[in-house]
Design a protein around this ligand. Structure first.
Ligand SMILES: [Zn+2]
Length: 192
């Protein structure tokens, strides 16, 4: 087995890494992950982070009468600036992911197991590039609609709030209509 120093995270032999219970860690520049940055504000000297810190650990679990289960445990964290969808000001979003992935031989078996279990199951390949895998996991952790918990600046009356009020009034109108129909159905609003 080669020393940890020579393991290349861009060409990782996952089977050997899991068998040896290897560990790896490092940092990649955020600039090298354009897919992750697609919806973020451009990187600058003021950005909350310039890199993604990550680590990987291989594990294998012996199974009686079958092949050992191989897993890769990843951790990655970074911070991005996104635009708040309420006030349109920058907001810092911390990303911290810890996915565990199971690897099996064969695409078909991987798909089957992936469907049947809560685990993410991937097919073993001769070598694996950890960077796009980690980038994918960070993208999955992005908020769908980034919004400050409390926006830093007072907001002008937004279209969103107007819609909400319209909805409220519509609800009242429906309630009044329903009440009218109900009374009508009971035969003419007889005083009780
Ligand atoms: Zn905001």
């Amino acid at each position: 087995m080669s020393s940890a120093r020579s393991i290349d995270p861009h060409h990782l032999n996952v089977a050997a890494f899991a068998q040896a219970e290897g560990t790896l860690e490092g940092e990649w520049s955020l600039a090298s992950m354009p897919r992750l940055l697609r919806d973020a504000l451009p990187l600058s000297a003021d950005s909350p982070a310039q890199t993604v810190s990550w680590s990987a650990r291989g594990s294998h679990k012996a199974v009686a009468g079958s092949e050992a289960e191989l897993r890769l445990h990843l951790q990655a964290h970074t911070a991005l600036q996104l635009e708040c969808q309420r006030c349109l000001q920058p907001m810092t979003v911390m990303l911290d992911v810890r996915p565990s992935l199971r690897f099996v031989r064969g695409e078909a078996r991987a798909e089957q197991l992936d469907e049947d279990s809560d685990e993410d199951v991937l097919a073993l390949t001769p070598t694996l590039d950890l960077q796009p895998l980690i980038e994918d996991e960070l993208i999955l952790a992005l908020p769908l609609v980034p919004r400050h918990a409390n926006c830093p600046q007072p907001l002008p009356m937004s279209a969103g709030e107007g819609d909400l009020e319209d909805g409220f009034e519509a609800e009242h109108t429906f309630a009044a209509l329903a009440s009218l129909l109900r009374d009508g159905g009971q035969g003419g609003g007889k005083p009780s």
